[in-house]
Design a binder for this molecule. Structure first.
Ligand SMILES: [Zn+2]
Length: 317
């Protein structure tokens, strides 16, 4: 392959990876909105492009920088969670170092190539930023039910995320291994996951748009006087999450292993109450019952994925 073609290829790939960017005239944080880490989760991509469109109209009022990114281009193209391996379970320092040090054709999965290309953008951003960096990793889930956030352990996260009204679920961030979230938290970046709703539910995109708008307001990037939509977004989120516990923590996580033939029983949705002993799912070993009382979170109703369900309980502060 000649050199010119490679460079052009890279530019084309990079331009697809970037949904859009915005830099305001005033100083402020660098906000990175990461979407499509799982290729079947397109509501986040749509939401972020609509946010950028809205902000573009008043960009002279924006403080700081904003960048919207599509993470897993191959999986998004195919409409699948992942092509070879889960892109949000390989962010271990050792794997990331390996990805950084090898040329693309020596990487063993489509997702590792995606991570390498994504790092080219993220590394450069961080190098050039003297301001605070915030990374929101936007996801959706297969069951019906309310949205939530996965914050880090730091108080600053709680304060910030309480302003977008979605319930915070503690402990999942720590229990999921190899997530981008954890990788960036360790590097001192304020990062959290936003789980916006069921993959294809009409409300999901709106949930994500509304909460990211409130996040930008909480960070001081935008002001409500310039965006009349903010009042409407706040009202929506408040009414959507009013009945839910504001802070919860993980008590049980059901892991699926290869060949388990896991099947969730129908009808469960996020934050639905479950009782100890309740029959939740089945696999080749038989019935899977709830180990304790609590709320069920992210019961799995899709083929790909290794987390069958989570049980959470109200957080005792
Ligand atoms: Zn996801």
């Amino acid at each position: 392959m000649n050199k010119t073609a490679t460079t052009e290829d890279n530019i084309q790939i990079a331009s697809k990876r970037i949904i859009g960017s915005l830099e305001g005239p005033k100083k402020g944080p660098l906000v990175i909105l990461l979407t499509g880490m799982h290729g079947n989760e397109t509501a986040g991509v749509e939401a972020v492009s609509s946010i950028l469109e809205l902000l573009e109209q008043r960009k002279e009022e924006f403080r700081g920088r904003l960048l919207g990114i599509r993470a897993n281009l191959q999986a998004l193209q195919h409409g699948v969670r992942y092509v070879d391996e889960d892109m949000n379970r390989i962010w271990f320092t050792s794997i990331i170092e390996d990805i950084r040090s090898k040329p693309e054709h020596h990487l063993r999965s489509s997702e590792r190539v995606e991570v390498k290309r994504l790092l080219r953008i993220l590394d450069r951003l961080q190098e050039n930023s003297s301001e605070k960096v915030i990374l929101a990793d936007v996801h959706t889930f297969s069951a019906e039910g309310a949205m939530f956030t996965i914050p880090g352990k730091v108080n600053e996260h709680r304060e910030l995320l309480s302003q977008i009204y979605a319930p915070m679920v503690f402990g999942i961030g720590e229990s999921l291994r190899g997530t981008a979230l954890k990788y960036y938290q360790k590097r001192g970046i304020l990062s959290f996951a936003l789980e916006g709703g069921q993959h294809t539910n009409q409300l999901t995109q709106y949930n994500i748009t509304a909460s990211l708008f409130l996040l930008l307001q909480a960070l001081g990037c935008i002001k409500s006087e310039h965006y009349p939509e903010i009042a409407k977004f706040r009202e929506h989120l408040q009414s959507h999450t009013r009945q839910l516990p504001a802070q919860t923590e993980l008590v049980y996580q059901h892991m699926i292993e290869d060949g388990d033939e896991f099947k969730m029983r129908p009808g469960y949705s996020n934050f639905q109450k479950v009782k100890e002993g309740e029959w939740l799912a089945s696999d080749r070993r038989g019935k899977i019952e709830a180990r304790c009382d609590g709320y069920i979170l992210m019961p799995l109703y899709q083929e790909q994925g290794n987390d069958g369900f989570f049980i959470i309980k109200e957080h005792e502060a």
